[in-house]
Write a protein that binds this ligand. Sequence first.
Ligand SMILES: Cc1cc2nc3c(=O)[nH]c(=O)nc-3n(C[C@H](O)[C@H](O)[C@H](O)COP(=O)(O)OP(=O)(O)OC[C@H]3O[C@@H](n4cnc5c(N)ncnc54)[C@H](O)[C@@H]3O)c2cc1C
Length: 394
Amino acid sequence: MDLELGSEYEAFRTEVAAFLRLAWPPKHIQDLPSAVAQFRQAAIARGYLYRGFPKRYGGSEQPADPMRARIIREAFGRVSAPKELEGPGVSMLAPTLLGRGAEWQKERFIGPTLRGEIVWCQGYSEPGAGSDLASLKTRGVLEGDEWVVTGQKLWTTMAHRADFMFALVRTEPEAPKHSGLSYLLIDMKQPGITVRPLKQMTGEREFNEVFLDGVRTPKDWIVGGRGEGWDVSRTTLKHERDTVGGATRTEAMFGRLVELARAAERDGDPALQRDDVRQELARIEAYVLAQRYSSYRQASMELAGAAPGLIGLLNKLNGTLIGHRIANLAQDLIADAGLSMPPVSRAENRGPEKWVNQIMGSLGVAIAGGASNIQRNVIAERGLGLPRDAGDRA
Ligand SMILES: Cc1cc2nc3c(=O)[nH]c(=O)nc-3n(C[C@H](O)[C@H](O)[C@H](O)COP(=O)(O)OP(=O)(O)OC[C@H]3O[C@@H](n4cnc5c(N)ncnc54)[C@H](O)[C@@H]3O)c2cc1C
């Protein structure tokens, strides 16, 4: 495997670094949010952010190039420059609308979503319908020019702040379970919607139960056709898994673990003399490097126009498994301090306290967007061609 980038990509890396030296951090910041917004606009104009989105929807309309995308991610990460906004609207809904939405939906929703002017939540999971999502029961009935939606969603991240929800709803009750669903866009600010926060073990309240009682949404706020919701939702989930499983995220987390270990060594922590701790650190580094080289391989295959196949399917499972091992070792290193530290919200995350959240959060990331066992089923069935899970044949 040739790990050199080649002169074209080296030149691109130099160009991005030069842009960042001038633009981030800005010389005079009076108001941070507007400095961040201005920086993002400049980065979009240079073709560095929202590369896959056409200019008319607020993107920078660049040809697909996973190598350039990676160079940008790494360079921006190195100087903590603002990247693309996070959240289900940007990472899941906007690409889905781009691929499957009607023209008016793209025009109305993509730009404001990318700029953070509107916030979305993802209304898929329900009580009894998580891994077996296609058995969900929230129903949508067409009455005149409106869908009337009734049911309950669960684990809805950010629903308490969201302006809109993209939801899977059963609109064809007579059809087989996968073909009875439609993908609807719903205004969250209307009567009939009740959002109840759920407290997590970190002390944060990012999740919610959402009750929909005769909620209304216009007939054409449907992405894809009636009964095509399952198919449309697969596009969205692919984006979610890519977001969760990215190699750069794992590398950043490993970098923080190494810092923690170095600090413990400086403090003369006897844990660092333990063979099992040192061995585990080395083992994790090997996994992190293996994930990095797999991501290079995936990028080269995509550049050559080949489907990444099995490698692409491994991303989420590998990323979360490594993240979990990193969190476990960090727990060993912070030791008793982890027990006495109260969980803190991300905004207040400083020093070793952030590991408490990281340790607890690593469990959640392994479940969100399809639990690890489900990933294993997908790898086995789609990647290796093994027989389908008995539960799926219903
Ligand atoms: C951090 C986080 C954020 C989330 N955000 C959202 C959101 O914004 N919107 C949303 O709609 N949902 C969200 N979810 C919900 C998430 O999609 C579900 O939790 C997930 O799909 C699993 O469903 P479940 O919790 O019902 O678990 P279950 O489906 O009940 O699974 C329980 C366990 O059984 C295993 N299992 C189930 N079926 C099989 C099988 N066939 N073979 C082998 N093992 C199996 C699973 O792997 C898991 O370990 C979020 C979850 C988390 C943790």
